[in-house]
Design a binder for this molecule. Structure first.
Ligand code: 13P
Ligand code: ZN
Length: 244
């Protein structure tokens, strides 16, 4: 089977490359995950060529029992995903008790899923529940204007949302519910995942203070578009503040 032709892997790799071109992924910065549809899982199960042991998760996600995810590997560069998905990505399955995962495919040269796996899974669990399974994508990057603003604006979602909503009409249409903001927390920590997933009950985009942006969506287009709109509004606000 030619993995380049598999739609969800192609869409995932295309978005990874386009996001890299936007400047949101220096080095191995950022990570992404996609929850497979049952039809995708059964159609592409011949791909599942790894027989790895179950590995304990740091978090418990019973709401994702049995689900499969396409996930970026830790330390992998977004710019390389399109060139070699099998080296940079993996497909994992969550165990029936929601306490562990195993790799079914990918990371052919070794490695493990993103260090932000706890964040991704906790957020998937929330979004799967609150959207009746519609949302399938979690995406994290390091957009420079969002990060810069998080050094200047108070860690307050009402204030952050108001300032960005004012920047262009698209913002109120793209994220009418506003933005979540979490304080500076250690990258890759369970605390960061838990704080973000609380916000995902109400928001689709959450600012990680002094670190980046974490968004969720139903499709790759929507997810990319949301991230792009937040970063574009942030870049306008940075310019406005600089001209004062
Ligand atoms: P990973 O390479 O482990 O995904 O980490 C990148 C990152 O952005 C951590 O927040
Ligand atoms: Zn990061």
């Amino acid at each position: 089977m030619d993995i380049e032709k598999i739609r969800f892997i192609k869409d995932f790799a295309d978005m990874a490359y386009e996001s890299y071109l936007m400047g949101w992924h220096e080095r191995n910065g950022g990570n992404m995950s996609y929850r497979l549809k049952e039809s995708e899982e059964s159609a592409f199960s011949p791909l599942f060529d790894r027989d790895d042991p179950w590995q304990q998760l740091d978090v418990s996600v019973p709401g994702l029992a049995g689900d499969c995810f396409l996930v970026t590997g830790s330390g992998k560069y977004f710019r390389n995903v399109i060139k070699d998905p099998e080296d940079t990505l993996c497909i994992i399955r969550i165990s029936e008790d929601g306490h562990s995962y195993r790799i079914l495919w990918g990371l052919k040269n070794g490695g493990s899923p993103t260090s932000e796996l706890a964040s991704h899974l906790l957020n998937h669990e929330v979004k799967k529940r609150v959207t009746d399974g519609r949302y399938r994508i979690m995406y994290h990057g390091h957009p420079e204007n969002v990060i810069a603003l998080s050094f200047v604006l108070p860690c307050d979602e009402i204030g952050f949302t108001k300032r960005l909503h004012e920047m262009m009409p698209e913002c109120r249409l793209t994220f009418p519910e506003g933005l979540g903001v979490v304080p500076e927390l250690e990258a890759g920590s369970i605390e960061l995942g838990q704080a973000t997933s609380k916000k995902m009950e109400d928001y689709n985009a959450v600012i990680w203070t002094h670190h980046g942006l974490f968004v969720s969506g139903e499709t790759f287009d929507e997810t990319f578009g949301l991230f792009h709109t937040v970063e574009k509004a942030s870049s306008i606000l940075v310019k406005v503040l600089s001209m004062k």
